[in-house]
Design a protein around this ligand. Structure first.
Ligand code: PMT
Length: 408
């Protein structure tokens, strides 16, 4: 096995508590990936976890004995549960099931895993995973918030297809994101430490009347992925987000806004920043006057909706503030002449880089807006780089690395 001793995980000890969920299989890859980075891993495999993966595979990958029984005399003689819980630099629970979170929040210690969690004097991190209804249930959210208040660190679950066939939040974070969260926990020297980065994401909503609004299909996925990637490199990130269904990423300040004008004032408040990245799909227009009352249907005649232009946030950050970030990056959502239009936007709005993406749906595939993949070109005044189609997380990581390189 090749040890990458440059990782912040090198020489660190992890106690991994594997909960009883289908996503337990991801822990096998997690063990391999963190060990490659020089981390030692001891595992507690819960009874539920052992329904999905075997002690033999966990032991083979971790190179350590696997613990599962609180009342095993042999285990207690070799390594008592107190020692097990303390001979680690960090305790990670993955997947953290609704049941496990409820027990942790209530301080229940009825098996080796929950006893170790109560006995430990080390930081604890959880990576929740469950069906989206279970995740959104008031009891789970209450327990989760309690754990956050108790100082437990979290790796937010991802949204997407769940093993139960439903779609929504509750999927165990990808192994790469878990490794990044662990590295981030131990890393105090990421390349973007000390940098404050402002990211706008999601759509804006412009009221037509008290019940209707103008919006678009942006899901916020690309902007949130960029925020997470920057955080993973050590940046302090302010995420200014329009309405989305996404969970607030751990360790990132998220500011909710509705309209373009709200987004502009939130950006102004967040300055100064070293970098600004405008990923949000901001509505170009809003109603000139929003009536106090709902617009009524009038026998066949159409309402005359008078629009006015919204402020341009990217242009403000690039040209109109005396606190201009060192690097201002825009996105260009185009449906034709992608690179030419993007170049024109770069010049018109005065940003340093522009990331062009094709948001048309003409090929019948999944649209970039709302989808999980993106294919972008990174355009500067002097160069164009075409990046291959990739998951939005990968696009985000690549952009974050580019930004880190810009500052070295
Ligand atoms: O959210 P997802 O579903 O993941 O989709 C991602 C995305 C397609 C929304 C994203 O990749 C993207 O392209 N974002 C930019 C969307 C957009 O509004 O593009 P635009 O070409 O209309 O605007 C150009 C730039 O000006 C953008 O950086 C935009 O944030 C900014 N802008 C636009 C209008 C305005 N009033 N203020 C702005 O700051």
């Amino acid at each position: 096995m090749i040890l990458k001793t440059t990782s912040s995980l090198a020489g660190k000890r992890l106690l991994l508590i594997i909960g009883g969920g289908i996503a337990a299989y991801k822990c096998l890859d997690l063990i391999r990936r963190v060990r490659e980075r020089g981390m030692t891993v001891r595992c507690i495999l819960t009874r539920g976890g052992a329904e999905f993966i075997t002690p033999l595979s966990v032991s083979a990958l971790s190179g350590e004995k696997v613990y599962s029984d609180l009342f095993s005399l042999t285990d207690e003689v070799e390594m008592g549960h107190i020692r097990l819980s303390r001979e680690a630099d960090l305790v990670l629970v993955a997947p953290a099931t609704a049941d496990m979170m409820a027990k942790m929040a209530a301080g229940i210690a009825d098996n080796l895993a929950t006893t170790a969690l109560l006995a430990t004097d080390k930081p604890v991190m959880i990576a929740p995973s469950m069906n989206s209804h279970m995740w959104n249930h008031a009891a789970t959210q209450r327990n989760f918030n309690q754990l956050v208040q108790d100082g437990i660190r979290t790796i937010a679950p991802a949204s997407g297809d769940l093993a139960c066939g439903e779609v929504g939040p509750g999927r165990l974070a990808e192994v790469g994101d878990m490794v990044a969260a662990l590295e981030n926990f131990f890393d105090v020297t990421g390349p973007l430490v000390g940098k404050h980065i402002l990211v706008t994401a999601g759509p804006t909503r412009e009221a037509i009347d008290p019940v209707r609004y103008i919006a678009n299909h942006s899901s916020g996925k690309q902007g949130y992925a960029i925020a997470r990637a920057l955080r993973n490199l050590g940046a302090r990130v302010s995420l200014i987000s329009g309405p989305t269904a996404l969970e607030a990423p751990d360790g990132i300040e998220r500011i909710h806004i509705d309209s373009a004008r709200d987004m502009l004032s939130a950006c102004k408040k967040a300055l100064p920043a070293d970098v600004a990245i405008c990923v949000a799909a901001v509505a170009d227009w809003r109603m000139k006057n929003v009536p106090d009352q709902k617009i009524k249907k009038q026998d066949g005649s159409l309402p005359a909706l008078q629009l006015t232009e919204n402020p341009d946030i990217l242009e403000f950050l690039a040209r109109k503030t005396d606190r201009r970030p060192d690097l201002v990056i825009g996105f260009a959502a185009e449906t034709e002449n992608i690179q030419d239009n993007a170049r024109a936007k770069l010049a018109r709005k005065g940003c340093d880089w522009i990331v062009a993406n094709d948001v048309s749906t003409r090929d019948g595939g999944q649209s970039v807006m709302g989808g999980d993949h993106n294919r972008v070109s990174l355009i500067t005044e002097s160069a164009i780089e075409d990046w291959e189609q990739a998951p939005k997380d990968e696009v985000a990581r690549r952009l974050a690395r580019k930004i880190a390189t810009h500052f070295t």
